[in-house]
Write a protein that binds this ligand. Structure first.
Ligand SMILES: O=C(O)C[C@H]1NC(=O)NC1=O
Length: 241
């Protein structure tokens, strides 16, 4: 089995963090291919970044199909390009937000999201509502560490993240915490041990869920919405598509 884990931002040091978390979450017979697109923002912290990143996600899924990948993880908490990726992929495609919400829902009645910048919480709220977890998600919080700050100064980023998690637990008493950034993957186990409640890293959750779906033979439905997109001319910069 081969799962392609796509970090939609173009920061390869973060892709390596994501790769380690993905590899640790799957069985030994599963091959993980972790990539960043060849184009796109170095970090994704706005709707504009998400729009740009979606093109790179599509390009990586297109290449993955040619390479025979069995499934895909979109390792960015905004799940950028998820629906387009499902149109292009034959196997399952799971974003880390959707994967994390499902995983958290198996562990308790409620969860809280703790992410990087507060400006991305609107997107998180939209995804919670779209995926059907409105009642379960009891808090939307941010530690105000920029995405690349997680890599540049991990110790102070961890300290800020832990403080915000502690505040969230005190204010909203969630049963679990969902980490709102793929770049936090390497901090999950330490946080869980120090905070004393389940802490979900979406990279591990989504990757293990893709493995499970491939093992039961589940593929993306091609009946209607996620059928291959109708062939048409694309002009200008995006013409390769
Ligand atoms: O939305 C965020 O803040 C986190 C998101 N951005 C990014 O570049 N990788 C992520 O997981």
């Amino acid at each position: 089995m081969r799962i392609k884990v796509i970090n939609p931002n173009t920061t390869w040091s973060m892709t390596r963090t994501i790769e380690a978390a993905a590899r640790a979450s799957v069985s030994s017979d599963v091959e993980i291919e972790a990539v960043s697109p060849t184009m796109g923002p170095v970090s994704i912290e706005s709707h504009a970044d998400e729009a740009l990143a979606a093109v790179g996600v599509m390009d990586e899924v297109r290449k993955g199909e040619a390479d025979g990948c069995d499934g895909y993880v979109l390792a960015c908490f905004g799940d950028p390009g998820l629906h387009a990726a499902r149109e292009l992929a034959s196997g399952p495609v799971i974003g880390i937000a959707e994967g994390a919400f499902h995983a958290a829902s198996f562990l308790g009645r409620s969860f809280a999201i703790v992410t990087t910048l507060g400006r991305t919480l609107g997107r998180a709220r939209d995804l919670v509502n779209e995926y059907g977890f409105t009642r379960a998600c009891v808090a939307y919080r941010a530690c105000e560490v920029p995405v690349l700050g997680l890599d540049e100064d991990p110790e102070s980023a961890y300290a800020a993240l832990r403080v915000e998690c502690e505040r969230t637990i005190a204010d909203a008493s969630p049963d679990a915490i969902v980490l709102g950034c793929a770049g936090m993957a390497g901090m999950c186990a330490r946080l869980q041990s120090e905070l004393g409640l389940p802490v979900i890293d979406g990279v591990a959750a989504a990757t293990s869920l893709v493995e499970a779906m491939v093992r039961i033979g589940a593929k993306t439905s091609k009946r209607e919405e996620f059928a291959a997109p109708p062939a048409k001319e694309v002009v200008g910069l995006l013409s390769p598509f």
